[in-house]
Ligand binder design. Structure first.
Ligand code: KIV
Length: 273
């Protein structure tokens, strides 16, 4: 599959990503949570849109991703899917919708696919979620794994610091990566781990490995939309590149509008009937 063909509207599938990784073509992935932003993202040559449970932070203002519910994720995902023609849409399974009970995991995944028409789901964890992953895959639902820093386990780890800096934890993350590939995940997100470890994992796996704070050797990269656009301004991890200061732009525009209303400058004669 050529890059040119992909940039023209051909729907991205899990097989497209597999082929891209095999050919060494980098995969771009970004989050979106609503119709209007997803429409802009889909028109911007992005391969994968993640309806992340980071919606809990950037859309709902929670400190962690734990409170967002399955119903709320479905609402966000259905809004995104209505906007998207080209990108593959992956939906995060929220905390509490899959851990420890593979039957519930399958029911949650089926609800996401049925009620949103998304293309795949993502869930956090390694060997401890393999049973849930296998059950979801048995229903024909593609699964993306997510290891390294797993924000749904913040209460276990106590910090959002970089993970797998010790030899033992690095080996565990590598074993988890292999287990997820073996279980049938079509791709894997590695969050906030040393670049050298991410390189090793990307080399040892054949499925696409997408990094966030995991260096430049992975098959692709993912960022949270509101962070890279500069809508959120109080979150500045080393890995985050801000492509815009949209927060400043928005504040400036709204201040100007308010001033225009108060001064009687808006609306003018051409802006009325
Ligand atoms: O929820 C999210 O946005 C994510 C990305 C950080 C990978 O899981």
């Amino acid at each position: 599959m050529s890059v040119a063909k992909d940039s023209n509207n051909k729907k991205v599938t899990v097989h497209t990503l597999e082929n891209m990784a095999l050919k060494g073509e980098k995969i771009s992935m970004i989050t979106a949570y609503d119709y209007s932003m997803a429409k802009l993202v889909d028109a911007s040559n992005i391969d994968v849109i993640l309806v992340g449970d980071s919606a809990a932070n950037v859309m709902a203002g929670y400190d962690t991703t734990l409170p967002i519910t399955l119903d709320e994720m479905i609402y966000h995902a259905a809004s995104v899917v209505r906007a998207v023609n080209r990108a593959l849409v992956v939906v995060d399974m929220p905390f509490g919708s899959y851990q420890g009970n593979s039957k519930m995991a399958l029911q949650s995944a089926i609800r996401i696919m049925k009620e949103t028409s998304a293309n795949a789901i993502k869930l956090e964890g390694g060997q401890e979620v393999i049973e849930s992953i296998s059950r979801i895959l048995s229903a024909g639902i593609p699964v993306m794994g997510h290891i390294g820093l797993t924000p749904q386990s913040i209460n276990k780890f106590g910090t959002y610091a970089v993970r797998a800096t010790s030899h033992d934890e690095a080996e565990r993350v590598l074993e988890d990566a292999k287990a997820l590939e073996k279980a049938g995940c079509f791709a894997l997100v590695l969050e906030k781990i040393p670049a050298e470890l991410a390189k090793r994992i990307a080399e040892e796996l054949t499925i696409p490995v997408i990094g966030i704070g995991a260096g430049c050797h992975t098959d692709g990269q993912v960022l949270v939309l509101h962070d890279m656009l500069g809508i959120t301004q109080d979150f500045s991890p080393r890995y985050l590149r801000r492509y815009l200061s949209l927060g400043d732009e928005i504040r400036g525009a709204i201040r100007q509008y308010s001033a225009d209303v108060k001064s009687g400058n808006f609306p003018n004669e051409k802006e009325q009937y």
